[in-house]
Design a protein around this ligand. Structure first.
Ligand code: ADP
Ligand code: MG
Length: 414
C-alpha cells in the first residue's frame, strides 16, 4: 500500500487528491469536483477511501509554523462548508447550524439483545448512586443554579472528529457526556479509537477479548450487546474499544458497505431511551472516522487553541463535504469547541478570535482552558466532572454541555 507523504503540517502531498479536490465543478460533477454518475462516483469513492486509509497510516509530523500559516489555512477553508440538506438555522459565515437532528436513523428496531446487554432505563431523572457522583452532581447543580437542562426530543448522534491527535476529542466526549448525564440526560459514548482512551477515562473494561466496537464493525454484533454502564452514573454508558480495533481499519476494507457499518448497526439499535450518542473518533480520517461521519448527522470539531490547530481543518471539512455528497446527505458541522485555551498567551486568543470570525455561531461560547485537573482525571478512571467538579476545566465543560443542551431545545422550538 502506498503511504502518502505528510509534508509539514499533516496535509498529504498527494497531487491526484489535491487536484481532484480543487478542480472546479463541471457539468455532471458535484461541488467538489467528484464525478456525480454512479459508476464513476463509485470509482471516486474507492479512490477517496483508499486515500483515507493511506492517510490514516501516514506519519503526521507537524513542523514549524507561524501565525501567517494559520491565517492562510483559515483563508483556504471554504466558509460554506457546513451547508447541508438538514433543516437548521443559517448563521453568519455561511455555516449551517443544526442543533439537533430530527431523525438520526436509530428508530426502534429490534435490538438483538443478548444476556450481557445493559438495559438502559427509560426514566429521565435518575440520580447518581455513589458518594463521589452525588458530590459531583451537587457541585455542578449548584453552579448551574439548579435549573434542569432541556433534553432533546429525540436522540442526537454526534461525531467528535479531528484528525489531529491530542486536540481534546476524547476529553470532550467524556466530559460533555458526564456533564449531560449529571443533568438528567441519558448518554452513550462510543469509543472508536483503538487506543481506547474514552474507555479508560470512563473506567470501562476494554482489554483484548472484551466485546467491543470491533465486534460491531467487523462481526456485525448488535451494539446493545457491547454496551457497558459507567460506574457512578445511572445514565451514562460506553461502547468500549480495545486494541484489536487497530486491525479493523484494514479488516473493513474488503467488507460490504465498509463505510456504513456503524450506521447500519445504529439503525438497528433502539436509541429511544437515549438523549445523546457521542462517537469518539481516532486521530485519522480513515475508515473508522468515515464510519462515524456516515453514522451521525452532527459533527463536533474540537479545535486546540495552538499553532497548527487550523492546519488540518481544510482537509477535515472537505472530508465532511465528501461524506455528505456520497454517503450521508444529512451531515453537518454543528458545533466547534475551542479547547486547551491558555489565557496567558496572545496566540490562544488570536486563534480563538480567528475561529469565531470564520465560523460564527457554530463555535460554542464556552472555551475549555488548559487545566492540570483535566489531564489528571483519566489516570483515575474519571471525567474531570467527578474528579474535581469545582476546577476550571470541569466548570468550562459544564458550560459547554449546557450550551449543547440549550441548542437542542432551541432547534426543537424553532
Ligand atoms: P484526542 O482525543 O484529540 O487525541 P485527548 O482528549 O486525548 O485528545 O487529549 C490529549 C491530551 O491532552 C490528554 O492527555 C488529555 O488529558 C490532555 N488534555 C485534554 N484537554 C485538556 C485541557 N483542557 N487541559 C489540559 N490537558 C488536556
Ligand atoms: Mg482520543
Amino acid at each position: 500500500m502506498e503511504v502518502v507523504s505528510v509534508a509539514g503540517l499533516g496535509w498529504p502531498e498527494h497531487r491526484r487528491v489535491r487536484t481532484a479536490l480543487r478542480r472546479p465543478a463541471a457539468k455532471g460533477q458535484t461541488g467538489l469536483g467528484w464525478p456525480a454518475g454512479s459508476e464513476s462516483s463509485a470509482a471516486a469513492d474507492e479512490a477517496w477511501l483508499a486515500e483515507l486509509a493511506c492517510q490514516s497510516l501516514a506519519p503526521g509530523a507537524p513542523d514549524g509554523a507561524v501565525p501567517m500559516r494559520v491565517r492562510r489555512a483559515l483563508a483556504s477553508v471554504p466558509r460554506e462548508t457546513g451547508q447541508s440538506a438538514v433543516a437548521g438555522a443559517s448563521v453568519p459565515g455561511g455555516m449551517h447550524v443544526v442543533a439537533r437532528a430530527d431523525s438520526v436513523g436509530v428508530a426502534g428496531v429490534g435490538t438483538g439483545e443478548s444476556e450481557v446487554e445493559v438495559a438502559i432505563p427509560a426514566g429521565p431523572d435518575a440520580v447518581a448512586d455513589t458518594p463521589i457522583a452525588r458530590a459531583a452532581q451537587a457541585a455542578v447543580v449548584a453552579r448551574s443554579g439548579g435549573a434542569p437542562w432541556p433534553r432533546p426530543p429525540s436522540c442526537r448522534v454526534i461525531t467528535i472528529a479531528n484528525q489531529k491527535g491530542g486536540v481534546g476529542k476524547t476529553t470532550t466526549a467524556v466530559n460533555l457526556a458526564a456533564s449531560l448525564a449529571m443533568h438528567g440526560s441519558r448518554v452513550l459514548v462510543v469509543d472508536l479509537d483503538p487506543q481506547g482512551n474514552a474507555s479508560t477515562a470512563l473506567d470501562i473494561e476494554h482489554h483484548s477479548g472484551v466485546p467491543s466496537v470491533y465486534n460491531v464493525l467487523v462481526d456485525d454484533a448488535p451494539i446493545g450487546s457491547v454496551v457497558q454502564q459507567v460506574a457512578g452514573f445511572q445514565q451514562l454508558y460506553c461502547v468500549p474499544a480495545a486494541i484489536d480495533l487497530a486491525g479493523a481499519e484494514i479488516e473493513l476494507v474488503p467488507l460490504v458497505a465498509r463505510e456504513s457499518r456503524l450506521a447500519r448497526s445504529l439503525a438497528g439499535y433502539d436509541a429511544s431511551h437515549l438523549d445523546y450518542i457521542f462517537l469518539d473518533c481516532p486521530p485519522s480520517l480513515g475508515l473508522l472516522t468515515v464510519n462515524a461521519l456516515v453514522a451521525a448527522p452532527e459533527v463536533l470539531i474540537p479545535i486546540q487553541c495552538e499553532y497548527y490547530a487550523l492546519e488540518g481543518l481544510e482537509q477535515l471539512l472537505r472530508t465532511v463535504d465528501l461524506v455528505r455528497s456520497h454517503l450521508n446527505p444529512a451531515l453537518a458541522v454543528t458545533t466547534i469547541l475551542l479547547t486547551m485555551y491558555d489565557g496567558r498567551t496572545r496566540l490562544a486568543s488570536q486563534v480563538a478570535d480567528e475561529v469565531r470570525e470564520h465560523f460564527g455561531a457554530v463555535v460554542l461560547g464556552s472555551v475549555i482552558p488548559r487545566s492540570v485537573r483535566v489531564s489528571e482525571a483519566p489516570s483515575y478512571g474519571q471525567s474531570v466532572m467527578t474528579y474535581d467538579p469545582g476546577s476550571t476545566g470541569a466548570i468550562a465543560y459544564l458550560e459547554a454541555a449546557r450550551e449543547l443542551a440549550q441548542r437542542s431545545a432551541a432547534a426543537a422550538a424553532g
